[in-house]
Design a binder for this molecule. Structure first.
Ligand code: APR
Ligand code: PHB
Length: 391
């Protein structure tokens, strides 16, 4: 098999890239190791920033998002057992806003469109190697239904996530990975109960971080900071609700409780691999960088990468110029590092490091008070949260 662009991974990066290329008449093949049902059920993040929504609209993939997504114009910060402050996006982030619409819904929409177009998207196709990325005919080898096959490409794009294989196709001497792990994880639940708040609430408390998010008017998504290595089964439903009540407390009001339908623990890590390109291999999304979820940036960074890359590949095909492809890594990394900093800032300002001293806690509270009292500090948070424009 041959194609112009071989896309490895059918998560949001691979699927959005495929959609953008297909609309511009550039042919591509998507190889996804998992089955469709698995990819569509995976629980991931749920906040789309303005530029991600713009990109999905431009790709003709926002019909359901526009009908069902919840537009949010702010978030609330809580701390110190009773202090709270709302961050207003329209006034602080130049009119940019965010949408609550689950990543898994974005993935369902993009899969349905690609299949309706009759464009190649192979499930159960596990890529085992990428060779010749420093030649002009790289070859992807994959296994599907027990048979080994190859795909010869002009360009290969690694959209295979943090645990994928493409990053390793760049020789070790040609790449550097910068990483940080955090001494805590998130216990996340989905619950069949209307959210107890209109907007997301990020809470700093003496017992650690908590987040109240949502998926729809009837489904809540909530998170608690827990120690690394926590077994989700070690928390009963009642313990989870009690702890959420303590950490999210305001005016003695309790959260609406409901049946918990999913429960899992997520580790927190920051990682960036540079450069994001080697020869004819380009890395995009989680394959190149991950962030801790506190800033809700993972999916949005992935979308920005593929918008930049699609533009560059289309230009190469239509005008014969590789200037945008040559600039791809630098263009993306500038924005990636800004989001890495923001995600680290949100994480370290709101969580309690088990080793932290009273001094460290007072610095966190001082930072939160500064955001509450200074429009400049609030605007810095708002513009990063609602997302910077894609260059
Ligand atoms: N061959 C084919 N597909 C693979 C392989 C492989 N060897 N390895 C991994 N994949 C697939 C995975 O099954 C997954 O569907 O690549 C896809 C990668 O998707 P994501 O992990 O969702 O990564 P990405 O598309 O970059 O999206 C980033 O996902 O993890 C979240 O928080 C993150 O929201 C962010 C978003
Ligand atoms: C989510 O709804 O899953 C979510 C929202 C905001 C975050 C992280 C996760 O910062």
């Amino acid at each position: 098999m041959r194609t112009t662009v071989g896309i490895i991974g059918g998560g949001p990066s691979g699927l959005l890239l495929a959609r953008l290329l297909h609309r511009a008449g550039v042919d591509c093949v998507v190889l996804e190791s998992r089955q469709r049902a698995y990819v569509e059920r995976r629980q991931r993040a749920g906040i789309l920033e303005q530029s991600t929504v713009d990109a999905l609209r431009e790709a003709g993939a926002a019909e359901r998002l526009d009908a069902e997504g919840l537009v949010h114009d702010g978030i609330e910060l809580r701390w110190g057992g009773g202090r709270s402050h709302r961050i207003d996006f329209p006034s602080l982030a130049s009119g940019r806003r965010v949408w609550v619409y689950a990543q898994t819904e974005v993935v369902k929409d993009l899969i349905a469109l690609r299949l309706a177009d009759g464009a190649p998207l192979h499930f159960g196709a596990e890529v085992t190697s990428v060779e010749g990325v420093d030649t002009d005919r790289p070859v992807v080898t994959y296994v599907q239904e027990g048979r080994t096959r190859t795909l010869t490409c002009d360009y290969v794009v690694g959209c295979d996530g943090f645990h994928g294989v493409t990053r390793a196709a760049v020789p070790g001497a040609a790449r550097t990975t910068y990483e940080r792990t955090y001494p805590y994880s998130w216990l996340g639940i989905l619950a069949d109960v209307p959210p107890s708040c209109d907007e997301l609430v990020y809470a700093h408390s003496s017992r650690g971080f908590a987040l109240h998010s949502m998926r729809s008017p009837d489904v809540s998504r909530l998170y608690l900071q827990v120690p690394n290595g926590t077994d989700p089964a070690s928390w009963s439903g009642e313990q989870i609700w009690d702890e959420l009540d303590f950490r999210l407390a305001r005016d003695g009001r309790q959260l609406e409780r409901g049946p918990i339908t999913a429960k899992s623990v997520l580790p927190m890590r920051s990682s960036v691999t540079e450069p994001m390109r080697f020869g004819r291999l380009f890395l995009a999304g989680d394959a190149a960088h991950i962030v801790p979820p506190t800033g809700a940036k993972g999916l949005n960074l992935a979308a920005a990468d593929v918008v930049v890359l699609a533009r560059a590949l289309i230009r190469q095909r239509t005008a014969g110029s590789t200037d945008l492809l040559d600039a791809y890594s630098d263009t993306c990394l500038r924005r990636v590092w800004r989001a890495e900093h923001f995600s680290w800032f949100m994480t370290t300002t709101l969580h309690t490091d088990p080793e932290q001293s009273g001094f460290d806690t007072r610095l966190q509270i001082s930072q939160l008070e500064r955001i509450a009292s200074s429009p400049h500090a609030a605007a810095e948070l708002a513009s990063n949260y609602a997302g910077l424009p894609i260059p």
